[in-house]
Design a protein. Structure first.
Length: 202
């Protein structure tokens, strides 16, 4: 029921939204609110990531920058066994009232993530045996150690989305990313060292 105390233009908008919700059989208010906060979270992440990329590019030499990008590419591959689709499954389960799904999903991601960790350490050992750059070896070893731990921790957002706490999810996610990017920027600017930058990333 639309409150008569609302201004006429607001009542008109509310009526249109309600009509579209009935026609499309979806909760448009839910979609609009959720979409706004998700957009704000993504926008904040994009801006701070862009700034971090600029600082890294200006403070690491060409060879170290190439090695850094390669290490991040390897880290992305090592994250595959952590089952990124688990986040969606946990969100759906929480939305259906199964709040225990978070810990279940966390344990599964952690268990499978160990495969990526082992693969990372094996790859680091391979590069070490072939007399590759020590920076590359240590960087990949870091990825092998931290990826299996960090990826399951990223599951924190799934219960918030399942509970429709979009504002909390966006703010919490933005704070984490801003702090993380700030640490990377400061470490890179102060040390100009590939390994310190890589450690700050993870």
């Amino acid at each position: 029921m639309i409150k008569k105390s609302l201004p006429s233009n607001q009542r008109s908008v509310a009526q249109v939204v309600q009509s579209l919700s009935r026609i499309l059989r979806i909760d448009l208010v839910y979609v609009i609110k959720g979409g706004f906060w998700l957009f704000m979270g993504q926008a904040t992440t994009s801006v701070i990531s862009f700034l971090a990329t600029i600082v890294i590019a200006r403070n690491l030499d060409k060879d170290d920058l190439g090695t850094y990008r390669y290490i991040l590419s390897v880290a992305s591959l090592l994250a595959i066994p952590t089952l990124s689709g688990m986040n969606v499954a946990v969100t759906r389960a929480v939305a259906q009232g199964n709040r225990d799904s978070f810990m279940q999903g966390f344990r599964v991601k952690l268990k499978w993530g160990l495969l990526g960790g082992i693969a990372g350490l094996i790859l680091a050992a391979h590069y070490g045996l072939t007399n590759s750059s020590s920076k590359l070896v240590l960087g990949i070893a870091m990825a092998g150690v931290f990826v299996p731990i960090m990826e399951p921790l990223n599951l924190y957002n799934a219960p918030l989305l399942g509970e429709r706490c979009f504002r909390t999810s966006a703010i919490f996610g933005a704070v984490i990313r801003v702090v993380s990017a700030t640490v990377i920027i400061l470490v890179t600017w102060l040390t100009r060292n590939l390994l310190f930058t890589t450690a700050a990333y993870f």
